[in-house]
Ligand binder design. Sequence first.
Ligand code: GDP
Length: 480
Amino acid sequence: DGSFPYARSPPDKLLGGLLPDGLDERSCRSRYESSMYRRNPGRRPSPHLIAKLRKHEELQRRCGPNTNAYNLAIEQLRTGRSVGSPECKYVVSISYRGLGNRILAAASAFLYAALTDRVLLVDPSNEMDELFCEPFPGTTWLLPRDFPLASYTNFSIDTAESYGNMLRNKVLSADAPAAELPAFAYLHLDHDYGHEDKMFFCDDDQRLLSNVQWLVMRTDLYTVPGLFLLTAFQEELDALFPERDAVFHHLVRYLFHPTNHVWGLVTRYYRAYLARADLRLGIQVRNFDPRHAQSPHILQQITSCVWREKLLPELLATEEHAARAPGARSTAVLMTSLRSWYYERIKGMYWDRATATGEDVSVHQPSHEGQQQFGKRSHDGRAWAEMYLLSLCDVLVTSGWSTFGYVAQGLGGARPWVLHKQPENLTSAPDPPCFRDVSMEPCFHAPHVYDCKMKRGMDTGEVLPHVRHCQDVSWGLKLV
Ligand code: GDP
């Protein structure tokens, strides 16, 4: 199609078979149009992953809301007791915290659901129903509003039905017969979780949990590296993901498609500001400390990173003038941040002074929302559009620790340069300013550090060659 000249090769709208064919294109334009905007076609899914996804879609249709099996399972949840071998089992993923956290959480819950043959239902709170298209054909992944555990969004570390508390209080034990198990367990996998909650990452506990029909999961983490440490899942994970550094890449591109409103934000901006440049550089500036909203040290960190790594041309001294070299490339910089200060400075620099190479550099930032907001529709829509725009860039600079950046790098299939998180009392620019990440995978920020077999502490970053510590969060784990 000549009207979409952005992809380098002919666009493959089903992403190598990752996406199911035949869904309505008009109600969710992004699903089949995204490949037209991506220069980097991304990694190919394995045949086993494709087959697994089609089978899982069938499960979601057979057991999802508005089916007999679902109604029966809801009845069992109301009575509170598990049945011997239920036809369908479920995992409900609670949606809370920032958009990046919510995407990592739902992606992690999905992989867990697929590995354990459970239906994934996503809590529709926090705009999860308005930002994303339905991923599974012929059914909904949204938890119905009349779900009987009415207070599930308030489940916390103190909830009596949490797996950790049931273990601690001996309500559950590994040798309990299936008939005595509760109909549901709450999995508290939030960053503040305790030792017993973390038993989720042990094989014996997974065996027990496999007999509980309903699991309600709260996590703000990318727990996938933890799933790779469970022996029971290893063979299947190896077959699904022969390229371990592309797990999130496939999950995020399979599950998360911007709804038409958000897709409009993405495509209008891309065509107006980014499409014509020879190179697109995305720079994501996330300041966790409000005192860093206007820091000359962080500005210096950003510029020394992009200059040192030759991601942007350097500037000539004031008043010097370089003729535009014939054929010099042009670069469009897409900045995203809650504030506009860094963007204003960098844009000003490239206006005030000529580049040493004669290249043209334009600098753009779609919004500056001021601060993180909750439950405001336009705010989340912009955040999602900006994550997506970053993912359409050819080269990425992200902020360490930020799940917002993780989503962009996973969607785009890019191994980013990462700005080191700044210490609170900043007296100079961090040196070195940034590092090249070893993989595009997100970091699991709060992994368990326990050897389930030996029942003692263990460095889980030293067990498998492809599950290593992260560079941005040193105690975290990531797939490489
Ligand atoms: P994290 O806190 O960096 O891990 O990322 P999250 O996405 O989980 O939470 C941060 C939230 O702050 C986002 O979801 C947005 O609501 C907002 N936010 C942070 N950075 C940006 C940005 O660059 N642009 C926009 N529009 N919103 C942002």
